[in-house]
Design a protein around this ligand. Structure first.
Ligand SMILES: Cc1cc2nc3c(=O)[nH]c(=O)nc-3n(C[C@H](O)[C@H](O)[C@H](O)COP(=O)(O)OP(=O)(O)OC[C@H]3O[C@@H](n4cnc5c(N)ncnc54)[C@H](O)[C@@H]3O)c2cc1C
Length: 382
């Protein structure tokens, strides 16, 4: 019988688990280790599209669906062209990422991938994992399951949602410019909300168009569809098109301290580890960055999660989340200020938690001070 003891167990073969597994698979340090991957799903569906920005070439360029160096930001009053250089905005279909990762993992003998649901974990000298079918032990566990407290507990943390529906549409005639994408378009708003549409052209006839809100609660299903229909016909002024794919999603945007739910050698990863940037909902690139940091920490014998979350940027995120929670209608103006006052490169760097304190100050000074001060006072007394 095969041993059920592993050096590392990764629970969840989603964005975070697969990023971590791929990074482990490439590092000779782990060449003689036994790594278990457990996921309840077989990851055979295209269940999402990931976009992210990065400078120059990247690890996933060979599986990208599309990339852009130029884009646009629209508010009600202004149109801002975005020249992203040296950044590019990149798009991957999840199925292409899953296929690539699965192929790398299943051909590497250090990995043992099982389709099983994890039911519980007990921390000890080794960590015990109980799945729907088996029990395992592992020295390190990286866990994508979201802590129950996040969904159940009433606490002081802010929770809003990034929620969206999108269509891949196909026009009859050439209509889109595949060299240019729309990052955010606030010209069509759901009343009193932070809502916008983005457009990701795949070629001259096809584009993914998504209507998105950053807000405390979901809309009715038909409302997203109605807004998409209005955006395509009234803003894009495209009448003759067919819908060829649908996408929808809900991403938590929260300053909940996910990192506190990691203990000893049991670490939460991905959404469950707080890797979703609370103020933007992006996490794909964080999965790459944090996997690298985890591997470095493990190799140096440090706590696996050390240095993953920046307190400074978490504070900024908390303030913005609080404003969006209290005064959701302010979002469009705040994003307009951001993209009209600062070069997109500086914004990307800030949103990647890469700016210095003096750069942060130069950005923050451009925003209306009152709502941020209000949120800061609330934050420090909560
Ligand atoms: C539709 C959609 C679009 C998104 N688009 C973007 C984007 O463009 N850019 C971006 O940066 N971010 C995006 N995100 C946010 C974020 O990047 C993704 O949600 C990302 O997939 C999160 O990674 P994860 O590994 O934490 O979770 P997931 O990718 O959801 O993976 C979790 C895995 O754990 C497994 N699992 C859960 N519970 C158990 C259990 N008990 N036992 C075994 N397995 C279990 C699940 O089956 C799943 O495979 C998007 C999210 C959604 C939903």
């Amino acid at each position: 019988m095969q041993s059920t003891n592993f050096d590392i167990a990764i629970i969840g073969a989603g964005a975070a688990g697969l990023h971590l597994a791929l990074a482990i698979g490439k590092d000779p340090f782990f060449a003689n280790k036994r790594i278990l991957i457990l996921d309840k799903s077989s990851k055979e569906e295209n269940d999402r599209t990931w976009c992210f920005w990065e400078k120059g070439n990247g690890l996933w360029d060979h599986i990208l669906l599309q990339k852009w160096s130029k884009g646009d930001f629209f508010s009600k009053d202004i149109a801002i062209p975005l020249e992203l250089n040296p950044y590019q905005y990149k798009m991957i279909r999840s199925i292409d990422f899953y296929k690539f990762a699965k192929n790398e993992i299943t051909t590497n003998p250090i990995f043992h991938w099982k389709k099983e649901e994890v039911i519980s974990i007990q921390n000890g000298v080794s960590i015990h994992i109980n799945s729907s079918e088996n029990s395992y032990t592992a020295e390190y566990v990286f866990d994508s399951r979201i802590p129950e407290d996040f969904t159940q507990k009433k606490d002081k943390y802010t929770r809003i949602l990034q929620h969206f529906k999108g269509w891949v549409i196909r026009s009859k005639e050439d209509f889109f410019d595949p060299e240019r994408f729309t990052l955010m378009d606030f010209r069509l708003l759901w009343p009193n909300s932070t809502s916008f549409t983005y457009v990701l052209p795949l070629n001259k006839k096809e584009a993914l168009v998504e209507f998105t809100l950053f807000s405390p609660s979901l809309l009715k299903d038909g409302d997203y569809e109605m807004m998409l229909q209005r955006y395509v016909t009234e803003i894009l002024k495209l009448k003759d098109f067919e819908i060829i794919e649908h996408e929808s999603g809900v991403i938590p945007m929260s300053d909940f301290p996910f990192e506190k739910y990691s203990a000893g050698k049991h670490s939460r990863i991905g959404t469950a580890g707080g890797w979703v940037k609370p103020s933007t909902g992006y996490s794909f690139k964080n999965c790459e960055r944090n996997s690298k940091k985890i591997i470095k920490n493990v190799k140096e014998g440090k706590s696996a999660n050390k240095g993953l979350i920046s307190k400074k940027f978490r504070l900024y995120d908390s303030l913005l989340l609080d404003i969006l929670n209290r005064q959701n209608e302010m979002g469009p103006r705040l994003f307009e200020i951001m993209y009209s006052k600062f070069p997109v490169q500086k914004i990307f760097s800030f949103l990647d938690d890469q700016t210095s304190f003096s750069e942060d100050l130069s950005i923050m000074i451009g925003f209306p001070q009152k709502p941020f001060l209000h949120s800061l006072i609330k934050h420090t007394t909560r």
